[in-house]
Design a protein around this ligand. Structure first.
Ligand code: VGL
Ligand code: ZN
Length: 202
């Protein structure tokens, strides 16, 4: 068992990020058994859940003439437009059926404000609006986070970078993640994580 100052953060293991889903990550469902086993090792376990309203500004469908994967300028910077995914209360937003959700103490929902996307479990994409996660972890004396989940090059990467910025020691378990991989984003993520002193383990 890991000590109580270490938390496991399981990022977005939801149907829409698994094969057959609206924003399927290749092999996304393959990580579920490993993640379930990891949850038994940690005393503190948090799940994140991408949780968008249907009118969310990260959906290409909400921008006249735009297609998924085009990039637009938002007040907070560049935003990739996605297919509609993880719409609140839909099957796509639900956790993978085999994920042992009962082992987690806390679920952080993100991306629920229509005007702003949120890849990170800690901050929305303006890098200013905070989720409740840092407060929750700090209150429990957590200073080390281990991250697994989907997608390696988006929500996992941004969560890990923000955790490092907030002063946590951060480990990402590469083998317990899968990537979307747009234009080399997987390799870029790897470089950014190493640059931020995030420890990568298989
Ligand atoms: C994610 C794109 C859009 C993720 C979420 O979980 O990595 N990626 N929303
Ligand atoms: Zn999303």
């Amino acid at each position: 068992m890991r000590p109580a100052n270490e938390a496991l953060i399981v990022v977005d293991v939801q149907n829409d990020f698994c094969p057959g889903g609206a924003l399927a990550v290749p092999g996304g469902d393959e990580i579920v058994p490993r993640v379930n086993a990891l949850m038994d090792e940690f005393q503190v376990v948090v799940l994140t859940q991408d949780w968008h309203p249907a009118n969310h500004s990260s959906f290409a469908s909400n921008h006249e003439g735009k297609k998924p994967y085009e990039v637009i300028d938002m007040p907070y910077g560049a935003q990739i437009l996605w297919p509609d995914h993880c719409v609140q209360d839909t099957y796509g937003a639900a956790f993978h059926r085999d994920l042992a959700v009962g082992k987690a103490q806390f679920v952080v929902r993100k991306g629920f404000r229509p005007e702003i996307d949120s890849y990170s479990a800690f901050f929305e994409n303006d890098h200013e609006t905070e989720t409740e996660l840092d407060t929750w972890l700090s209150a429990r004396g957590v200073d080390h986070v281990t991250i697994a989940g989907l997608a390696w090059d988006f929500c996992v990467q941004y969560s890990a970078l923000d955790a490092a910025k907030l002063g946590y020691a951060v480990t990402v378990l590469e083998g317990a993640c899968r990537a979307i991989d747009l234009d080399g984003s997987s390799e870029d993520a790897r470089a950014a994580l190493l640059d931020a002193n995030v420890v990568l383990e298989p």
